[in-house]
Ligand binder design. Structure first.
Ligand code: FAD
Length: 500
């Protein structure tokens, strides 16, 4: 080892302070590596950030928190007590549902109670719901160890006891029909089919195309639980940044990385502010498409993976609402009347249907300080196609009016007149603020059964000291999977020979 290399001693650069970048920094720092995180924005968290407007606080992106144990793990691997940094509660109800036919129903978190409520309000036998949740749990058990905790791109993943158990149960994954097909076989009430089809949107897919394997998702919400962090979703980001700093991680904000520098079969460092900074290892938390296109243009481009269709994006209106609505909870869904037409618009026509399903998240239900007295902070979101150059300004104007009309009708209030301040997030802004290809929320879409294999690995096969984490690579998007990608990279760094 040369003196120069000796001086680097495991120095790791992480490109991007999204949740996966921060979690990777924590894991590597806890192993004793010196870690520096370079973030283009002036703030951490990427999609998982927050902002204030006229006395209201809003979480900017994710609103549903599942699998909190993956956050707790990070404090534990660092030898700390999670509660000293981060607290959360388990939600007694997961969501309030509103249908166009006037049906309203609250989904309670506890499966038996949920099933009874669905039977009472929607007429679907409770045992149909319970068996759906049992199947969902089985799918989770089969996939968890095989797909979620390990790199799919290492042979060792396929030759161990967990994998063998997984192969014996592969038929339970139900990968050969769509989620909708499975759900409409199981449930007789179309409103219940719609309710369980909705889980496809949790990773930005289309229930009419995505394999029924994705029926794994309700398990997270009902059997494991939905949670709310004290201080809002941004507390996940802030507490992990504090942990990382306590472990000695250095954050450089407003410092976009311009290039990952390669020499032969190795990465030698990064270029920022036109300066070369040497590092022994680089982990990119930038969307993998843009990592290759913008930071590694001279490297071989894994075209097949980079060109996969993208997950859906979103259009969000942040509204300060000068009234409170006791009929609303933390999570609320106002379903469209015609779900299949809505998804056809999103994924085939690449536009937004005139009757979209509207989601409202109101953190002031749990954090009263997030809104002034007798007011509420509404995060109003509809699914949107990934950005392919649509006339967004026209689509946003139209959709805003459609949302106001729908909510005013279903809540019996003129919602437009209650909005006292407003901000907006659209696919173009998601793309420019976080460098997510086409503003997709979850990287590649999961609309076919090979999707898991068409995400990029967590490591480079061309450069022995280059890694990838975050929602655009294995195992996928959403906070829990991003945290698992960081865990996989943490494990790989120890086990991988990074020859020089
Ligand atoms: P990102 O959050 O995309 O962060 C990447 C970071 O890298 C950014 O900060 C960016 O500025 C930085 N960066 C990029 N390029 C460079 C560069 N060259 N140099 C330096 N820095 C760079 N998930 C859930 O679990 N539950 C939900 O309810 C949920 N809802 C969502 C709603 C919305 C509106 C959005 C947008 C997302 C939602 N998600 C949800 C998805 C979840 O937010 C993401 O999967 C996750 O936050 C992605 O984290 P990440 O680490 O991959 O990267």
């Amino acid at each position: 080892m040369s003196n120069k290399q000796e001086g680097l001693r495991g120095r790791t650069a992480v490109v991007g302070a999204g949740i996966a970048g921060i979690a990777t920094a924590v894991r590597l720092a806890a192993k004793g590596y010196p870690v520096e995180v370079f973030e283009g924005n002036a703030y951490p968290g990427g999609k998982l950030s927050s902002f204030e407007m006229a006395g209201y606080r809003f979480d900017a992106g994710p609103s549903l928190f599942t699998m909190p144990q993956l956050v707790d793990d990070l404090f534990r691997v660092a030898g700390k007590t999670p509660e000293d940094y981060f607290q959360y509660i388990r939600l007694p109800e997961t969501c309030r549902y509103f249908y166009e036919d006037g049906t309203r129903f609250t989904a309670h978190a506890e499966p038996e109670r949920l099933a009874r409520e669905i039977e009472t309000h929607l007429g679907e036998p409770a045992d149909h719901v319970l068996s759906h949740l049992r199947d969902s749990a089985t799918k989770f058990e089969v996939t968890e160890k095989l797909f979620l905790h390990r790199s799919l791109h290492k042979l060792s993943t396929y030759f161990n006891r967990d994998a063998l158990k997984g192969y014996l149960n592969l038929h339970r994954l139900d990968a050969f029909r769509s989620m909708h097909s499975a759900n409409s076989t199981r449930f007789r009430d179309p409103r219940v089919v719609q309710l369980f089809n909705r889980y496809a949107t949790y990773n930005g897919s289309d229930p009419y195309q995505t394999p029924a394997t994705m029926n794994i998702i309700p398990h997270l919400e009902y059997n494991i639980g939905a949670f709310f962090p004290k201080g809002g979703m941004v507390a996940i980001t802030n507490s992990l940044v504090r942990l990382a700093e306590d472990l000695g991680v250095k954050f450089h904000f407003s410092t976009p990385v311009q290039e990952i520098v390669i020499e032969g079969k190795r990465v030698t460092g990064i270029r920022v502010k036109d300066l070369f900074l040497p590092f022994e290892r680089v982990v990119s938390n930038m969307d993998v498409v843009n990592t290759f296109r913008k930071l590694l243009p001279q490297a071989r481009q894994p075209e097949r993976i980079l060109r996969q269709p993208k997950s859906s994006s979103a259009l969000i209106f942040y509204w300060g609402i000068k009234r409170s609505f006791p009929e609303l909870g933390l999570h609320n869904i106002f379903f469209s009347n015609d779900y299949s037409t809505e998804f056809n618009h999103l994924f085939q026509q690449k536009t937004i249907h005139q009757d979209p399903t509207v989601y409202i998240n109101i953190t002031s239900k749990y954090e009263p300080a997030d809104a002034p007295a007798d007011s509420e902070n509404w995060f109003v979101m509809v699914n949107a196609p990934a950005n392919s150059g649509q006339d967004w300004d026209a689509l946003i104007d139209q959709t805003r009016q459609n949302i106001i009309n729908k909510l005013s009708r279903l809540l019996g209030q003129d919602i437009g007149s209650l909005i006292e301040c407003e901000s907006l997030l659209d696919p173009r802004l998601i793309e420019s603020r976080t460098s997510s290809s086409q503003g997709a929320l979850y990287g590649n879409s999961s609309n076919n059964r090979f999707a898991a294999f068409l995400r990029h690995a967590n490591f480079s096969s061309d450069y022995s000291n280059l890694y990838f984490v975050g929602g655009s690579v294995h195992p996928g998007g959403g906070i829990p999977l991003c945290l698992l990608s960081a865990k996989i990279v943490g494990d790989l760094v120890n086990g991988r020979k990074e020859e020089r």
